[in-house]
Design a protein around this ligand. Structure first.
Ligand code: ADP
Ligand code: MG
Length: 254
């Protein structure tokens, strides 16, 4: 079976000036091409660390991570990381912001620019290309950040709490929006969130982590919910069943 992402017994202990921090103890899971998975877990348990390792930005202490069967040793063009803050530059216009990744990689070719133009048009932002980020709504900014990540054509998207700066109502519509874009573009996506409802509404599977040092507690398959849109899922009895199971597992009140 061709697993696009495969983590086996991944552990990472950070060496810091104040001593060692054991962030991950034993994290194993794998993802198929085109799958959408979420990671939920308590604050500080090692979720961002897991994404950094997959992205090749940190070195693991033990275990293994492979992408397309090859061990991860450095950042790969196959992977696009969408950080917690949208990190748009306020003094640059939207076009310059979304083509920034291409410019850094010296890929700002006419073909790539045509691809970005098409993405902006498809997702309702072409008319804003000459505007500054400050002139856009929170949801539009988030779409720009995603288009910037998509511009370099990664097959895998790693999203680190991308909606945490948005208010609840905006969050609902923006997450539905981002879900639709990721599906339409046929990407493999791994989302980190502390919002259980968001994880259930967007993913094929939800991976729960224990408190630090992180181990995988369970992997929940969303089953029938997979075929529904994020908003439609929230109206089903299965949604509440998953919510309660994951809530108990995370032991939020402990
Ligand atoms: P999460 O994203 O789940 O909130 P992180 O992966 O950011 O958690 O961090 C996990 C743990 O590792 C935390 O205790 C954090 O303080 C620690 N940590 C993160 N990055 C570093 C680092 N570069 N050096 C030392 N400790 C770190
Ligand atoms: Mg984090």
């Amino acid at each position: 079976m061709g697993m696009i992402i495969d983590l086996r017994h991944v552990a990472l202990t950070y060496q810091s000036p104040d001593g060692e921090v054991e962030a991950l103890r034993d994290v194993s899971f794998s993802m198929e091409e085109g799958e959408f998975c979420s990671i939920v877990g308590p604050s500080g348990c090692g979720k961002s660390t897991t994404l950094s390792l997959i992205a090749g930005l940190e070195k693991l202490s033990s275990g293994s991570i492979s992408i397309d069967g090859e061990a991860v040793s450095a950042p790969s063009p196959k992977i696009g990381l969408m950080p917690q803050r949208d990190q748009l530059f306020e003094w640059k216009n939207i076009w310059d912001n979304v083509t920034l990744g291409l410019a850094i990689r010296h890929q700002n070719t006419p073909e790539q620019q045509a691809h970005v133009r098409e993405l902006l048009e498809r997702y309702g932002l072409l008319g804003f290309a000459r505007k500054r980020p400050g002139q856009l709504s929170g949801g539009m900014r988030q779409r720009c950040a995603l288009i910037r990540t998509l511009a370099t054509n990664p097959r895998i998207l790693l999203l680190d709490e991308p909606f945490s700066a948005l208010d609840y109502q905006t969050r609902l519509s923006v997450s539905a929006d981002i879900y639709r874009i990721i599906r339409q573009e046929h990407k493999t996506a791994l989302l980190v969130t502390h919002d259980i409802a968001e994880a259930i509404s967007m993913s094929d599977r939800v991976i729960t982590l224990s408190g630090r040092p992180a181990t995988v507690k369970a992997i929940h398959d969303m089953g029938e919910l997979r075929t529904l849109s994020p908003l439609a899922r929230r109206d089903t009895p299965e949604f509440h069943t998953f919510f309660n199971a994951i809530w108990k597992e995370l032991d939020i009140n402990a």
